[in-house]
Design a protein around this ligand. Structure first.
Ligand SMILES: [Zn+2]
Length: 383
């Protein structure tokens, strides 16, 4: 097998997917013009799409070091366009604007890459608009769609794309990555990987960011403390605050890191004089960051729901005596107590309720009302 270009190093535990892309890159024929990357959140759908894009636009085939590769990584390469919406659904205007861009000639590279991050968030009408472009893009334009699963897309779209399916990496694989790449101590790496339920980005954050770990514990503590109505309402308030501060922290960390990378790449220091071109690059990054900030609370809430589902999955695992490894081994005693206090039916109901609230959160219902109703339904009372 050929060694993978360096840009693929961050794509962990997806050897089949990476090999398929490498075979495509090694072909003498033109690269196929439409791709679909599917996999659950955290499996690295966008990472692999970005790595593939970098391999296509980098003069060295994806060295991970050059300007082209770095621009792709921070989402700033003129020939790698990314559509990521802050809306629940990608609007038809967003898509038609994006399609227009796909018809332009590449500026620096031989390819023009069009990445749609949440391709599942398109209505039928919007999907149909995209269809024609997917079928016959101009020479050199390559589409890359990302979605949780194939069934999230219309069959007409599915039949026009080459599919790359990603698998969920195991807890051990994620832990190994944390140990090798970020020098995280083994015990912490294993706990973080389990708590993040193999979501690579989340696991890395928990393993390397103590305040993020603390906020996660507080979320679970607040829910474990729910007994009666007043404690449910107070838990709901705590969750909302934690979601806000977690979201803000996360975007703050990313903003700073991206800005530093951009400045370093342009060779800007404290006392540099900025050219108009530099200013416009910085402005572009700031705009993208502002857009992201608007969904930071939502992302914070989403992580809370995933953590809570994990908690009740642990409760259920104990009740069923399945011997399955716990997602929250550190809370085993409290989880055992909860498993005694509620019935299996209640644990299942809790998971369903969390899923339902998570879904409705996407429909713009008022956050605090939804959290209240969730917390109240999680009160411990034997049926
Ligand atoms: Zn490169």
């Amino acid at each position: 097998m050929v060694t993978a270009p360096r840009v693929f190093r961050d794509v962990i535990s997806q050897p089949e997917a990476v090999s398929e892309l490498l075979r495509e890159l090694a072909k003498s024929k033109e690269v196929h013009h439409a791709w679909l990357f599917t996999g659950p959140p955290g499996s690295g759908r966008s990472q692999i799409a970005f790595a593939f894009a970098a391999a296509l636009v980098c003069p060295q085939g994806g060295c991970a070091e050059c300007n082209a590769c770095q621009m792709v990584r921070i989402g700033n390469h003129p020939d790698v366009q990314v559509l990521n919406t802050e809306r629940v659904q990608i609007s038809i205007e967003e898509v038609s604007e994006f399609i227009e861009k796909s018809e332009q000639m590449p500026a620096l590279a031989n390819y023009r890459i069009m990445i749609v991050e949440d391709a599942d968030r398109m209505s039928e009408r919007t999907s149909n608009l995209l269809l024609k472009s997917l079928e016959e893009p101009p020479k050199g334009t390559i589409w890359m769609l990302c979605a949780p699963s194939e069934s999230d897309l219309l069959p007409t779209i599915r039949s026009r794309v080459r599919r790359i399916m990603l698998k969920v990496p195991s807890v051990d694989e994620v832990a190994r990555l944390l140990i090798e790449k970020y020098s995280v101590p083994e015990h912490l790496a294993l706990t973080a990987a389990a708590q993040a339920q193999s979501h690579v980005g989340m696991a890395r954050r928990l393993a390397t960011n103590a305040p993020a770990r603390e906020r996660r514990s507080k979320v679970l503590e607040a829910v474990l403390a729910i007994a009666d109505l007043p404690s449910a309402i107070s838990a709901s308030e705590i969750l909302l605050k934690l979601a806000e501060s977690d979201g803000q922290q996360l975007t703050g960390e990313l903003d700073e890191q991206e800005r530093a990378e951009l400045l370093a790449r342009m060779g800007i220091t404290e006392d540099s004089k900025l050219t108009p071109a530099m200013r416009s690059q910085i402005k572009k990054l700031e705009d993208a960051q502002k857009k992201r900030a608007t969904r930071s609370k939502r992302d914070g809430l989403d992580r809370i729901f995933v953590d809570l589902m994990g908690l009740y999955r642990d409760v259920l695992a104990i009740q069923l005596g399945s011997g399955q490894k716990l997602i929250n081994p550190d809370l085993e005693n409290q989880i055992r107590a909860l498993a005694r206090d509620i019935t299996q039916a209640q644990a299942i109901h809790a998971i369903e309720k969390i899923q339902q609230v998570r879904y409705r959160m996407d429909r713009n219902v008022k956050d605090s009302l939804l959290l209240d109703s969730l917390a109240v339904s999680l009160r411990r009372k034997r049926a």
